[in-house]
Design a protein. Sequence first.
Length: 191
Amino acid sequence: KFPRKDNYIKLKHKLYSLSIKTMTFLNSIATTITIIGGILSLVISINNNRALFSKLKKFLSNKVTLVIDEYTLKDNEKVRNEVYEAVEIYLCNNLSPQKCKVKASKTEKDQKNSFKVTLEHNEKVKDVFNGHKFKWIWLDFKCLHHPDNLNSIHRSEMKSFNLIYRKKDYQYVFDTYLPHILNEAKYQKHI
């Protein structure tokens, strides 16, 4: 026996109504997925572009940064880096207070009218030597002590100078500029 025609129409109408609701629901899910996918793709694209841009900038940059830490390890013992000390003396004697922020200090052991002049944290100083341009940045980091890390005691305070110069001056820095700074500091110590 076949269902009556009006029952068939009611059933067809219910299925049609159900399929419209289902299609509407599925469309809204598809739209949501598309929007979320677009946003994720944009975010991922921005992060990838940042990383790509950063790598490209480093590749195309003609600058090199040399980090000179205050302390270095010698035979598993922390010793003061002679280059750091020389740079500190050199920059303090060649600073132009009009061009950068400096700090002055004096201890009881210092001579009567003798002051120690140093750079302020994160201060940038430009130096020109024999036509070559250099930029110095003094960095001072305070680190927290971590008992799990045996080296953390040595890293409670980290000071360093960053020397920024052109790639083409790489050899000049090590052959001429840094030896000049070491000699100048040695001379200043004996004055």
